[in-house]
Design a protein around this ligand. Structure first.
Ligand SMILES: Nc1ncnc2c1ncn2[C@@H]1O[C@H](COP(=O)(O)OP(=O)(O)O)[C@@H](O)[C@H]1O
Ligand SMILES: [Mg+2]
Length: 246
């Protein structure tokens, strides 16, 4: 029988045959800024560590860990505490900070992107082993991609990153920023190689703003294909799997 990783996020597991994400899958979480991607990722890790006894690693390429920690505390998620308990690990991998800190060979700084990618993968592996991680969140791939203006190089690096973390067998959420609306979106390599794609969107309606979550793809799962409304409250994200979006 297949094993699943429960997100523990209200409504999402219900949309996934009541089970969750198949274990070891790499799922892309797409959405424009402010749609709740980081919240969803951290909630996934928090639930794993606190409710399901599954530790996790959070890779931050974009935002400062201290900023994320204080924002997430507003939902009651104490990441500092989980870090101290060895239930989660947070990797500060912002390209700017990461380069200046780790890319050194002796006293000589090495600027090469290849070396940077290898050391990022090594760092992820090390932290996953240290906390015995079953869950991994990368926030965000877009920041990672910014370093590779050349298309061929970009595809190669994305594939290298994905292949590098695959042996960890963690259920992984890879967050990616979406600039355009989903209809005119250009499909990227990561969308083809991902086992699943979850799309977060925000629409302005007469009554105000509504958030919408859609599971675009989840291989081998008879998932809900309809867009469903969700809310961000003081408890984090809640999806309403039996409500219809008009
Ligand atoms: N305590 C809170 N209660 C309700 N909504 C919140 C709270 N904190 C943040 N938000 C909402 O969540 C959004 C940010 O979500 P975030 O996960 O950072 O989005 P993304 O990572 O997609 O940019 C904010 O734009 C805000 O509207
Ligand atoms: Mg974010």
């Amino acid at each position: 029988m297949r094993a699943y990783t429960r997100t523990g996020i209200d409504g999402i597991d219900a949309m996934l045959e009541g089970q969750g994400i198949p274990k070891g899958y790499m799922v892309l979480v797409l959405g424009s800024p402010g749609c709740g991607k980081t919240t969803l990722g951290v909630q996934f890790l928090y639930n794993g560590a606190v409710k399901f006894g599954e530790n996790g690693v959070l890779v931050l390429l974009e935002e400062d860990p201290e900023m994320i920690k204080s924002n997430m505390l507003r939902f009651g998620w104490d990441l500092d505490k989980l870090e101290r308990e060895g239930k989660i690990a947070i990797i500060d991998a912002s390209p700017v900070r990461f380069i200046s800190k780790s890319i050194k060979m002796g006293e000589v700084p090495i600027g090469s992107k290849e070396f940077q990618l290898i050391s990022l993968i090594e760092k992820i592996k090390k932290e996953c082993r240290r906390v015995n991680a079953k869950r991994l969140v990368i926030d965000s791939l877009s920041t990672f991609i910014l370093q590779y203006p050349d298309e061929v190089e970009r595809r190669e690096s994305i594939l290298n990153l994905i292949q590098g973390i695959a042996p960890l067998e963690c259920t992984t959420l890879v967050i990616s920023e979406l600039a355009q609306s989903s209809i005119e979106r250009k499909y990227q390599i990561e969308e083809y190689v991902a086992h699943g794609v979850i799309l977060l969107q925000r629409f302005i309606r007469v009554g105000g703003v509504i958030y919408v979550l859609m599971i675009e793809k989840m291989r081998g799962v008879n998932h809900d294909i309809q867009p469903r409304p969700f809310k961000i409250t003081q408890n984090g994200i809640t999806v309403f799997p039996s409500e219809v979006v008009f």
